[in-house]
Design a protein around this ligand. Structure first.
Ligand code: PMP
Length: 379
């Protein structure tokens, strides 16, 4: 069997220590043994989120927490701004619409950061906007947004809360929930936490709880009031994904040991190395506001990105992601988060160089690798 090397922007390889924890015999979710682990996990999640607010765990992929961030907050017919710069911004638009609420969509254009002045103007012109939905890192375009700036703006609007999808950014790029005035932050397990998919997380501020108290959208499994009540005993309202939480406990311990700020620096280096390598291969990156969590490289004209990705996987066991929607076939996306090291970054760059040559796009072997090495190991 070929060695599997995952560079997709989730899921990502899971460290052996975490896999081994999850392989232990299953325990019941309402035992003191599990609740003790849950308590530790929630404390460490607060560190991971940089918050003193409540943080809840939902058994469901990231989208479950996104949906929770809509159904708990809004009421039928209410208005919300959605900053939509790609596929996952669009998802918030779809969820808001699915529940009969009205999205005011601000589209910075794929690959561009948002113009905060436009958000400010929209808020001032529409005082009945209840929430602003944004994204920390838009995975489809590998773009980072000025979440700090948005948080500062929205904190001046007492009736509007700020909701951020941090699913692919949290743990990889700087994000300070409390300092940046983020009322609701959602994330998922299969990204920087280096866990298998299946868990999502959501933090809730006092300001958000006030909105939640008056929300009239239908909800049951995702009703955060149920999660809050259970959390008084570090419990969960429904059967929790025990093994994943046990893995999460290990993963958060590793992250705490490394330190979040160090992790942000490491991700920055990996991303920069990849960008420099792309440049040295004569390729451009897609985003004008590139994120350190994932990089989208534009493929040369005439190369089918879908086939390119599938050949990387077949020939080298190397999984990178192709483009989504309008970027399908045009870009490859390489994640920098999770359980990776410098040599992983070098190996993915090397594989791309080799594959480009196989596709008759002539790149001198080692050019990209050299630039990546300079960033990763140079002074
Ligand atoms: N938002 C972002 C930014 C994401 O990257 C993803 C997953 N790629 C999602 C939302 C959806 O998460 P999930 O697939 O875990 O439901």
């Amino acid at each position: 069997m070929m060695k599997k090397r995952l560079f997709t922007p989730g899921p990502i390889s899971v460290p052996e220590e975490v896999l081994l924890e999850m392989a232990k015999p299953i325990i019941h979710h309402r035992t003191p043994e599990f609740l003790e682990i849950a308590q530790k996990v929630v404390e460490n999640l607060k560190y991971f989120f940089q918050t003193k607010n409540d943080v809840f765990i939902i058994a469901g992929s990231g989208t479950a927490a996104m949906e929770a961030a809509v159904v708990n907050v809004l009421s039928p017919g209410e208005k919300a701004i959605v900053i939509s710069g790609g596929k996952f911004g669009e998802r918030f638009v779809e969820i808001v619409k699915a529940y009969g609420c009205i999205p005011f969509v601000i589209e910075p254009g794929w690959g561009n950061d948002v113009d905060i002045a436009i958000v400010e103007q929209t808020l001032k012109q529409n005082p009945d906007i209840k929430a602003v939905y944004g994204t920390l890192v838009e995975t489809s375009t590998a773009t980072a947004y000025n979440i700090k700036g948005l948080g500062k703006l929205i904190s001046d609007f007492p009736e509007t809360i700020f909701v951020v999808d941090g699913i692919s950014g949290l743990g990889a790029v700087e994000c300070r929930t409390d300092d940046w005035n983020i009322d609701i932050l959602v994330s998922g397990s299969q990204k920087a936490l280096s866990l298998p998919p299946g868990l999502s997380f959501i933090s809730v501020s006092e300001k958000a709880w006030r909105k939640i108290a008056s929300s009239k959208l239908p909800k049951y499994y995702l009703d955060l009031k149920k999660y809050k009540k259970a959390m008084e005993k570090f419990d969960f309202p429904f059967t929790m994904a025990v093994s994943l939480v046990i893995g999460l406990n290990k993963s958060l311990e590793i992250i705490k040991q490394k330190g979040l700020e160090n992790l942000w620096k490491i991700h920055r280096k990996r991303a920069l190395a990849t960008r420099k390598a792309a440049e040295a291969m004569g390729l451009k990156i897609f985003s004008k506001s590139p994120a350190d969590a994932v990089t989208a490289i534009i493929l040369p004209e005439g190369i089918d990105g879908e086939k390119f990705c599938s050949d990387l996987r077949k020939e080298f066991g190397m999984s990178v992601a192709g483009g989504q929607d309008r970027l399908k076939g045009k870009v490859i996306r390489i994640s920098h988060f999770g359980w990776q090291d410098e040599f992983d970054t070098i190996s993915v760059v090397a594989a791309i160089e080799i594959m480009l040559n196989k596709y008759n796009f002539r790149v001198e072997l080692g050019n990209g690798v050299k630039e990546a090495m300079k960033v990763l190991f140079g002074n």
